[in-house]
Design a protein around this ligand. Structure first.
Ligand code: GTP
Ligand code: MG
Length: 229
């Protein structure tokens, strides 16, 4: 595995990514509700925390702690000791939470293994078609720039989740936030629902890997490769 990768622990996804998440970039996960984005973030976060590194987790949906209990198992207390969780309630609070997380990742006093924003576009989405839309886009663009710079400066992988809307043109599911989010992210993964607990991850964009896909399964123990191995 190259030194600049953070393995996700899901063999099929790690193969797709050439060893794991790139550590110096922002990776965007998008997909419809229930496609497994939050579980994926928590699974990787639990892995990082188990190895003793810190996880900075910005949770705009208010579900992560409860979910972490299900992936944490008997390690939960130890894992929580390595989590710094913030739960902003609006776009302004999100901006402050991201600035604080970036400052912590940069000052290096706590060795940070992962920074998560789940979801990055929840509050932005609420501003769409309102008079606040332009301000909200600008605020989000500044947050993204800060996250990109932090990932690059400290080799802290950043995971952002993003929701989708259905294009009236062809009915396809498109990520919210348009091109500025897609430019900030050097790796983009689309999560698709399949039957039962099966999910597919499609590699839409990567600096060094060809397009492709991988499958995983949601289980009570976390996420497991569904591509044999
Ligand atoms: P949004 O935040 O709504 O956009 O969704 P998401 O992409 O973050 O989905 P999330 O990670 O919350 O995925 C939850 C999915 O996992 C749901 O379909 C749940 O039914 C399913 N799920 C959660 N725990 C288990 C489990 O132990 N076993 C199985 N089979 N499915 C589970
Ligand atoms: Mg989610």
């Amino acid at each position: 595995m190259p030194p600049d990768r953070l393995p996700t622990g899901i063999a099929s996804v790690d193969r797709l990514l050439g060893g794991g998440l790139e550590t110096d970039v922002v990776t965007e996960l998008y997909g419809e509700g229930g496609s497994g984005k939050t579980l994926f973030c928590l699974d990787v976060a639990a892995r990082v925390a188990r190895e003793g590194r810190w996880v900075l987790y910005v949770d705009t949906e208010g579900v992560s702690l409860e979910r972490l209990r299900s992936v944490g198992g008997s390690d939960l207390d130890r894992l929580l000791g390595r989590f710094l969780l913030s739960a902003p309630k609006d776009l302004e609070e999100q901006g402050r939470a991201i600035a604080a997380a970036c400052a912590l990742a940069r000052d290096g006093r706590r060795p940070t293994g992962l920074l998560v924003v789940d979801s990055a576009t929840n509050f932005y989405r609420l501003s769409l078609s309102s008079p606040e839309e332009d301000d909200a886009r600008e605020a989000l663009a500044l947050e993204l720039a800060e996250l990109v710079a932090t990932a690059r400066a400290r080799a802290v992988p950043v995971l952002l989740t993003n929701q989708v809307w259905r294009s009236p043109k062809d009915g396809s599911l498109e990520p919210i936030g348009g091109s500025f989010l897609n430019h900030a992210a050097k790796t983009i993964l689309r999560f698709d629902r399949r039957e039962g607990p099966l999910r597919t991850v499609v590699l839409v964009k990567h600096r060094a890997r060809p397009e492709g896909s991988a499958s995983f399964r949601i289980t009570s123990r976390g996420l497991e490769s569904a591509d044999g191995g």
